[in-house]
Design a protein around this ligand. Structure first.
Ligand code: 5AD
Ligand code: SF4
Length: 417
């Protein structure tokens, strides 16, 4: 979400005469697009913000802006903490960046103003192959640990015809893949629901693959499962955050499903789409999590066998319900549990990747490989990274690849034919 918001900021700034630079020391404007989902991200931002202060001595014209969720949350307090910051704007106010620049950077725009939406902002996309497309903003779920509903506001879905128009334009520009993004894409509701939107987008010529993140288990409907199965361009991958294998903890997280409900959804997905890849998020050490709750999460990982997970230590966020709950675990204990979760999942991911050896997979080539397992890298429809050795293949090509080796975080393959 933040990466795409940054693309939108560049899209607003370029017509104003700004060019992107890789060297912050030569910049006239530095924007920190911040994340406040966990404390670590926030700490990293404040230490970077402190470090960059000296750049103003090198370049007296330099302006520093703070955007994103920390900006939304802290507003004018950021000026108190860091007087070298020139302006602050939240995720709903990207459009006003144009005015900040034109008016000499004097405004603070932290209020959410529904009239100043981020709808239809131009984006300067960093890839030429794969494009992010926002379909909805905000979240209404108020999971007890999560700051997003406070920083990104209530759920708002874009009208489907705006999304279709954006995707048509992307297709004309030559992109091969789109990823629909939103905090909770499967609760998309406009003139059509989410499966209805997928149906419309599947008909857009040119784009070959459609992905979407993130889905909430409580909103995973049979119609969505059918859409993934039936519509040819929808990739067979779903990111479905479980968070914990303990129903008691899920209740304290206000997730609104039990572990049994979740398992039923997984079974329904796999019954209709046997080779679907399923990834997830897990939080280790939520307040009140017992040894038994943790054991249930490890058991869940063994039972479900996700293709991959992101796992995090619980981090109390200001204003959330969970930040007022009594924490029963030390940081060391939370780290220990996180490590166990990640180590277990690594063995599962490796096993699942190894099981693909010999399979023929369609790979979309994204560009040169960054490691020694091939000169090119791409992704399967199931969103697994594959490195291959091949000459004469161009970025954006769809090729058939035989998987020859499974690794922990990627696959190795060779071209078929
Ligand atoms: N502490 C730890 N992890 C969190 N996440 C969200 N809020 C917190 C928090 N306070 C994780 C969840 C979510 C992912 C995007 O970040 O697992 O799915
Ligand atoms: Fe946060 Fe996702 Fe829950 Fe919304 S659904 S509150 S974004 S964890």
């Amino acid at each position: 979400m933040n990466v795409h918001d940054s693309e939108k900021m560049l899209g607003v700034l370029e017509p104003e005469g700004f060019l992107q630079t890789d060297n912050p020391r030569s910049a006239d404007l530095i924007i920190f697009n911040t994340c406040s989902i966990r404390q670590k991200a926030e700490q990293k931002f404040y230490s970077e913000l402190g470090r960059i202060k000296s750049y103003k001595k090198l370049n007296p014209c330099l302006k520093i802006a703070v955007a994103g969720c920390i900006a939304q949350q802290e507003g004018k307090n950021i000026f108190k903490r860091a007087p070298h910051v020139d302006f602050v704007f939240g995720p709903q106010n990207i459009r006003t960046l144009k005015h900040f620049v034109a008016d000499g950077y004097v405004h603070v725009a932290i209020e959410e103003n529904p009239l100043i939406s981020v709808e239809d902002l131009p984006a300067k996309r960093s890839s030429r192959i794969s494009a992010w497309v926002t379909i909805m903003y905000g979240c209404n779920n108020f999971c007890s640990y999560c700051v997003v509903p406070y920083t990104r506001g209530r759920e708002r879905s874009r009208p489907s015809e705006h999304i279709v128009a954006e995707v048509c334009k992307i297709a004309e520009e030559g992109f091969r893949e789109i990823t629909l993004i939103g905090q909770n894409v499967n609760s998309y509701e406009s003139d059509v629901d989410f499966p209805g939107l997928l149906c419309k987008l599947d008909r857009v010529g040119g784009v070959e693959r459609i992905r979407f993140v993130t889905s909430h288990p409580k909103d995973l409907s049979t119609a969505l499962i059918d859409a993934i199965k039936e519509l040819p361009k929808i990739c067979e991958h779903i990111h479905l955050p479980l968070q914990s294998g303990s129903t008691a903890i899920l209740k304290m997280m206000s997730r609104r499903y039990s572990f049994e409900d979740y398992i039923e959804k997984i079974a329904a997905l796999r019954a209709k789409i046997p080779d679907i890849s399923i990834t997830s998020d897990i939080i280790a050490g939520f307040p009140g999590e017992t040894d038994e709750d943790h054991r249930l999460t490890l058991k869940a990982l063994c039972e479900i066998e996700f293709d991959g997970i992101f796992a995090f230590k619980f981090s109390p966020r200001p204003g959330t319900k969970a930040s007022k709950m009594q924490e029963n675990l030390t940081e060391e204990k939370k780290s220990e549990r996180l490590y166990e979760i990640l180590a277990l999942q690594d063995t599962i991911t490796e096993k699942k990747n190894n099981a693909l050896v010999g399979a023929i997979q369609e790979v979309l080539i994204e560009g040169p490989s960054e490691n020694a397992n091939g000169n090119l890298t791409g992704r399967t429809r199931s969103n697994k990274i594959v490195d291959i050795w091949a000459d004469d293949i161009i970025k954006g090509a769809l090729v058939d690849v035989e998987i020859i080796k499974g690794r922990r975080h990627s696959l190795e393959g060779k071209l078929v034919g």
